[in-house]
Design a protein around this ligand. Structure first.
Ligand SMILES: *[C@@H]1O[C@H](CO)[C@@H](O)[C@H](O)[C@H]1NC(C)=O
Ligand SMILES: *[C@@H]1O[C@H](CO)[C@@H](O)[C@H](O)[C@H]1NC(C)=O
Ligand SMILES: *[C@@H]1O[C@H](CO)[C@@H](O)[C@H](O)[C@H]1NC(C)=O
Length: 483
């Protein structure tokens, strides 16, 4: 997910001396509080975000749903923005956070805003700065190939002196918190927070370490706690916070205790012109890759084939299910250590290797249901959203970021607890429903994705956000120019 937080020693001193066991117990207790006790409705009620809102009018800073669900019209006010991003994609390199930054800032520059990005090339090789219309990308690397903050600020100050920036945006901690403290007009987008990482590490511990011959030390889970405490302490160094899921927004308000008015939800979008519903491309793809014509259902999984992405779970669940249902077929897009194990599963599985974005769209169109078994859903997994754009329902673990924002109800797919039994049950529901029901769920997915997860909607939500930060007049919704 590209989450690389600064480690402890760079900020608050002595944070490693915290008693892990005490904190861990507290965290588990507070997690169970939210899971079991909160439905009783103690006061004060935990703050929560909803998936969408049809009719809203008022101040956008008070919204309790993602800004993407609103429809913003065109404005003529132009912005001058500074952006800090850990890397900038060179060529078609994949990668969640940098792809997000490039999509967003190209779109904002195309809308006439002046964008200055301080970053380093993703391939860590020397490159010339980029100046394309309103988009300016400055590569300011240190010896290790990461952003040299002093150098970036030298350039920043020169540009700022020629006309002050309206706002500064950082993708995660690309602008470190001790620097952010000195920049009042700064908004940060969190692509994954330690509270979520702790949650998934807990599940990884429960699931994977019980089955391994040489389990990883439980320390990995314990290390998450001081990181979380550190994060809660330094997050207030940033003024405005943007989350990419409703659940992360809730955690920032309820657990990190940030003022609700400074926490906003803007969901990531994917290029809706690249991921489209195209059944014929799907049929061609199946022919090309030799999917037998007599299979009853094609499931698909995509991404890096590594343990953390939940492949041990899918491997077990799928080999269980094919014992009963011989007509089920699995297409695996991607590469990694688990590829070999999948190909040993027999004639019901085909491993395709890594696919380029065009092939990936055809792949989604070839399947009946998209499976994402991830055990680390920090941030929003773009593959789920891409599959939905192609009109496919999804099957995925029930992490809060997913059920609160993506698979918000049963019409979009199936969720399961991250264990083999629950996964097998969910696969059985998919098989019982069959291709017809899956198809209609897929159409509901496509409609929802188009209303929430497009690159256009994301850019227009960010544009309005920065306009609102520059001039509170734009915080009102709807404006006469809005749709
Ligand atoms: C970062 O940039 C500053 C200013 O240009 C320079 O003096 C310093 O040596 C650089 N640091 C590294 C680690 O490259
Ligand atoms: C599909 O056909 C192949 C050979 O034509 C056969 O081996 C296989 O068992 C069939 N599968 C199903 C689910 O009928
Ligand atoms: C599912 O959620 C979508 C989007 O919020 C909504 O339009 C739809 O009515 C919901 N369906 C059900 C069955 O609740």
């Amino acid at each position: 997910m590209g989450v690389r937080h600064q480690n402890c020693r760079s900020s608050s001193s002595g944070c490693f001396s915290i008693r892990y066991s005490t904190i861990l117990t507290l965290a588990i207790l507070s997690t169970s509080f939210y899971l079991f006790i909160s439905p009783v409705r103690h006061v004060p009620e935990p703050f929560s975000w909803a998936a969408g809102q049809a009719r809203f009018s008022g101040d956008l800073r008070d919204t309790k749903f993602p800004w993407n669900s609103l429809c913003f019209g065109q404005n003529y006010e132009k912005l001058k923005l500074a952006v800090f991003s850990k890397t900038w994609p060179i060529d078609a390199a994949p990668g969640g956070m940098e792809r997000h930054a490039a999509t967003l800032y190209k779109a904002l520059a195309a809308r006439g805003h002046e964008i200055h990005v301080f970053t380093v090339p993703s391939d860590r090789k020397p490159h010339l700065d980029i100046h394309e219309g309103n988009l300016h990308v400055y590569f300011a690397a240190n010896d290790h190939g990461s952003v040299n903050c002093s150098l970036a600020f030298e350039i920043f100050n020169t540009i700022n002196a020629n006309g002050a920036f309206d706002y500064v945006h950082t993708e995660s901690v690309s602008l470190p918190h001790w620097r952010a403290k000195m920049v009042p007009n700064v908004a940060v987008t969190w692509h994954g927070i330690w509270y979520e990482i702790m949650h998934s590490k807990l599940f990884e511990e429960l699931l994977l370490n019980s089955q391994e011959v040489s389990p990883r030390p439980v320390g990995e889970l314990q290390e998450a706690m001081p990181r979380l405490v550190d994060e809660i302490r330094f997050f207030p160094s940033y003024t405005q916070h943007i989350c990419i899921s409703n659940s992360a927004g809730e955690v920032l308000v309820n657990i990190y205790q940030l003022p609700q008015r400074n926490v906003h939800v803007i969901l990531n979008g994917v290029d809706e012109t690249k991921f489209v519903h195209d059944p014929e491309a799907g049929i061609r793809f199946k022919k090309t890759h030799g999917v037998p014509e007599n299979v009853s259902l094609v499931m698909g999984v995509a991404g890096r084939l590594v343990r953390d992405k939940g492949h041990p779970l899918l491997y077990k669940a799928f080999s269980t299910i094919t014992k009963t249902y011989a007509g089920v077929y699995l297409l695996v897009a991607g590469s990694g250590p688990w590829g070999k194990r999948y190909s040993e599963l027999g004639p019901n599985v085909k491993v395709l290797g890594a696919l380029n974005p065009k092939e990936l769209s055809e792949f989604y169109n070839a399947i009946d249901v998209f499976i994402n078994p991830t055990l680390r859903p920090q941030g929003l997994d773009l593959t789920l959203i891409e599959a939905m754009h192609c009109g496919k329902p999804v099957l995925t673990p029930n992490y809060p970021s997913i059920v609160g924002t993506v698979v918000v109800n049963k019409s979009f797919g199936y969720t399961f607890s991250p264990n083999v039994e629950s996964f097998v049950e969910a696969l059985k529901s998919v098989i019982r429903d069959g291709p017809k029901v899956l198809q209609s769920k897929g159409m509901a997915c496509r409609e929802y994705a188009l209303s929430m997860f497009t690159a256009t909607k994301m850019a227009s939500a960010y544009e309005r956000f920065f306009l609102c930060m520059k001039n509170t007049r734009f915080c009102q919704y709807p404006l006469p120019t809005d749709c």
